[in-house]
Design a protein around this ligand. Sequence first.
Ligand SMILES: C[S@@+](CC[C@H](N)C(=O)[O-])C[C@H]1O[C@@H](n2cnc3c(N)ncnc32)[C@H](O)[C@@H]1O
Length: 263
Amino acid sequence: MPSPDSLRDPRDVYDGPGMAWSLRSVGAHLHPGSESATVALADRAAAHGFAAGGRVLEMASALGAPARFLARRFAATVVCVDMDRRMHAAAVVGHRSEGLGLRCQPVLGRTERLPLAGGSMDAAWSQDALCHMDKPAVVAEVARVLKPGAIFAFSDWIAMSGFTAGDRDSLSRLWGFPSLLRIPEYVALLDGAGFEVLLAEDRTRALLGARLPAAADQELWLESFAARFGKDAVARQREPSETWAAMIEGGRSGYGMFVARRR
Ligand SMILES: C[S@@+](CC[C@H](N)C(=O)[O-])C[C@H]1O[C@@H](n2cnc3c(N)ncnc32)[C@H](O)[C@@H]1O
């Protein structure tokens, strides 16, 4: 594990300039692939028994776009856990404006200690956020709060065979990721915590194939970003993105989707 001193707080990644940069890159579904990645995970979850209705735990709900999608697609009440107050404040505006204020419920807290009763959730969901977390603690908490037979669907960044200690330290410093797991390590973690793994899919190629070309007005947008946040802010935002892109293109990091059933 990297030292706690070098682990960036995820809330800093999404400060004012970080959020403006991320919204420009992916929109309110705050992950690569944007809404199409949410749909891809939902299709896989539904094919493996993610049922309609009930209470769904959405971990690291951020701006709430995936929660609103889940509320509509699965007619669910979505319990949105995130540790960042600013994310909840922005999410609630979106929930209300889309008429989902009662169906998407914000809960401020850390996923490593979910403030939820045991056996109280019908399903669990997370996209591209376990990378920020203590994964064994979170998976144990998900197992605790899910009802037997409930589905846990998530996507996350994964380590590939060439992943190095230097890569891990860069991701810790630039992105606030304490560690990444390889797919077999995720499968073993889920299995040991009481889940039957139904899907463990390497989606790296799909993600790389879905990358969009730069927008025609990208240079203008960068100028306005620099005018708003300062010239150095562009370099500060580019460093994490470019470091990580190099890892993915070099086959040292990738992207996975997982569906598991609580035994
Ligand atoms: C990449 S964003 C998640 C994106 C979101 N799942 C989506 O798809 O739109 C990371 C989010 O994880 C939250 N987060 C990171 N670590 C957390 C933890 N241990 N507990 C709760 N929230 C956490 C951050 O506050 C931030 O909102």
